[in-house]
Unconditional design. Structure first.
Length: 173
């Protein structure tokens, strides 16, 4: 795990090419920063440790890429109606840093590794990205819409981390 500084307000956890990064805000002495966020860093380390342990027990789903695409397109159709949004373009790529993304023009990109996930997590990812067409940021409004369908989103986000570790550690072997 690496520490990095960036022009952000709050610390966050990110993946870059399968490596875990702790991103901390700029502008303070490193020692001061590490101290300020030591509790947060410890929390994240514990979280990663338990997620890594759990990941070893996860079974990966054996889906063809075409099956994933069909499932995602079906979900997009359902959620477009539910949320009253529409997507211009949908792409599937081997992304190294996240499960999916939504551009400000509503272009959706999905990680091809999603084919290893249980369908309920695939549904959550698709719904999550489409809610970004209503609210770009992870703000109160965003989570309000997410909560209408996924009150358990924290648990799902955690599970996605666990699967991420499972899939990424598989690659290295
Ligand atoms: Zn998001």
């Amino acid at each position: 795990m690496k520490l990095k500084n960036r022009n952000i307000k709050y610390p966050r956890l990110e993946f870059k090419t399968g490596e875990l990064l702790l991103i901390l805000p700029h502008g303070k002495e490193p020692a001061e920063l590490t101290e300020k966020y030591s509790g947060w860093i410890k929390d994240k380390e514990l979280f990663i440790k338990s997620a890594l342990l759990e990941s070893k027990k996860k079974k990966l789903h054996n889906r063809e890429l075409n099956e994933l695409k069909k499932l995602v397109f079906d979900l997009i159709e359902i959620y477009s109606d539910e949320l009253g949004v529409s997507s211009e373009r949908v792409a599937f790529r081997n992304i190294t840093s996240k499960w999916a993304s939504c551009s400000k023009y509503g272009n959706l990109v999905f990680n091809t590794d999603m084919k290893y996930l249980p369908s309920r997590l695939i549904s959550y990812i698709v719904f999550h990205e489409m809610v970004h067409m209503i609210s770009r940021k992870h703000n109160a409004k965003f989570w309000e819409v997410i909560n209408t369908k996924y009150e358990n989103h924290k648990e799902l986000e955690r599970e996605l981390f666990v699967y991420w570790f499972r899939i990424k550690s598989d690659y290295k072997k």
